[in-house]
Design a protein around this ligand. Structure first.
Ligand code: AMP
Length: 233
């Protein structure tokens, strides 16, 4: 059965790093709405032009636009492929719309993964984050005196326009006001799995995989029971 995952957490908690590690383990399509919007900005599309100022102020793009963007991509997935949503949903309105969409598509959520790190670590990670100008790979700067090249394609590393100190604080405020209520929303639905987000990316990925394995086994159980009932066992 394909897995259907959400990575929920503030900017800088390591969602995109974990998404790239998890895609090596599961047949999932990572869907990062922030990266999709940045690609629209780079391509200068009408949506990109509309979104650019909003992103650079650290605010949220309209729910209807985001829901349409995710709907189009999820509906196009082959049945055997799962998905991992990174940066969506970000409001209760988006979460409710996602529930309806997943019901329509017959793709129930497996689990909502919530990596937890201290607030100071989030701010530190965002300030040290750079992104490849060509392939958008995120990189954490260590204490190097010179900027390294992109480890994936050798491209130039640049700072995202919304990773400046003022916009970082604004994005964390927006997370706390508009996105943090999703923690209770998914806890209430029995889908939330808080996970220790400290340590190396590989350590965090191992913890996430343990949760995913446990939840997908649990989701498969009712099916196994149905099959044995149908077989008269
Ligand atoms: P991210 O790369 O996830 O940090 O997203 C960068 C920016 O894109 C956010 O600060 C928002 O302005 C916008 N964005 C990304 N995903 C969403 C979403 N689900 N809803 C509204 N705005 C979004």
């Amino acid at each position: 059965m394909p897995v259907h995952l959400i990575l929920l957490g503030p900017p800088g908690v390591g969602k995109s790093t974990q998404a790239s590690l998890l895609r090596q383990r599961y047949p999932i399509e990572p869907l990062a709405t922030g990266a999709l919007l940045r690609a629209e900005v780079k391509a200068g599309t009408p949506l990109g032009r509309q979104a650019q100022a909003i992103i650079e102020r650290g605010q949220l793009v309209d729910d209807a636009i985001m829901i349409a963007m995710v709907r189009q991509r999820l509906a196009a997935l082959p049945p055997e492929q799962g998905f991992l949503l990174d940066g969506f949903p970000r409001t209760i309105g988006q979460a409710v719309a996602l529930d309806g969409l997943l019901h329509e598509l017959g793709r129930p959520l497996t689990v909502v993964l919530q990596p937890l790190v201290e607030r100071e670590d989030v701010v530190r990670r965002l300030a040290a984050r750079r992104e490849c100008r060509s392939c958008a790979t995120p990189v954490q700067l260590q204490a190097q005196p010179t900027l390294p090249a992109c480890p994936r394609c050798g491209g130039e590393l640049v700072q995202r326009a919304d990773d400046t100190p003022e916009v970082i604080l604004q994005r964390i405020r927006v997370y706390e006001q508009q996105t943090a209520p999703l923690v209770e929303y998914y806890r209430g639905a029995g889908l939330l799995a808080p996970v220790d987000g400290r340590g190396t990316p590989q350590e965090v990925a191992e913890r996430l995989c343990t949760v995913i394995e446990g939840r997908s086994r649990r989701a498969a159980l009712p099916r196994a029971a149905e099959v044995s009932r149908a077989l008269g066992a």
